[in-house]
Design a protein around this ligand. Structure first.
Ligand SMILES: [Zn+2]
Ligand SMILES: [Zn+2]
Length: 101
């Protein structure tokens, strides 16, 4: 599938790896001050929808954002590819994305 950010095109896995390598700046992760809960978000470059998710409970320590940043990027870009495939591509598959934007 095509990279949502540039002209790169490859298998879903190749595009997924390419996103993490080349477009990591599209992902952000933070701890919410009141709750201490961790979130990550990735912005779709085409429709500007921000896909925001709560990080898994085992990632409840803000230090994990640094430690697991490569994993967080992969998880976030997986959501983005799902959104992209469903919303912006004819290569649809699976369930529609569950967006909170
Ligand atoms: Zn790209
Ligand atoms: Zn989009």
């Amino acid at each position: 599938m095509k990279c949502p950010f540039c002209s790169f095109e490859g298998t879903r896995n190749a595009t997924h790896g390419h996103l993490a390598d080349e477009h990591g700046e599209a992902v952000r992760a933070w701890a919410e001050e009141e709750s201490g809960r961790l979130y990550y978000a990735v912005k779709c470059p085409l429709c500007r929808v921000e896909i925001k998710r709560h990080l898994k409970p085992r990632w409840s320590d803000p230090a994990f954002i640094t430690e697991f940043w490569p994993e967080i990027k992969l998880v976030a870009f997986d959501q983005l590819l799902h959104h992209y495939a469903w919303t912006h591509s004819t290569e649809r598959g699976g369930k529609p994305p569950d967006e909170h934007a």
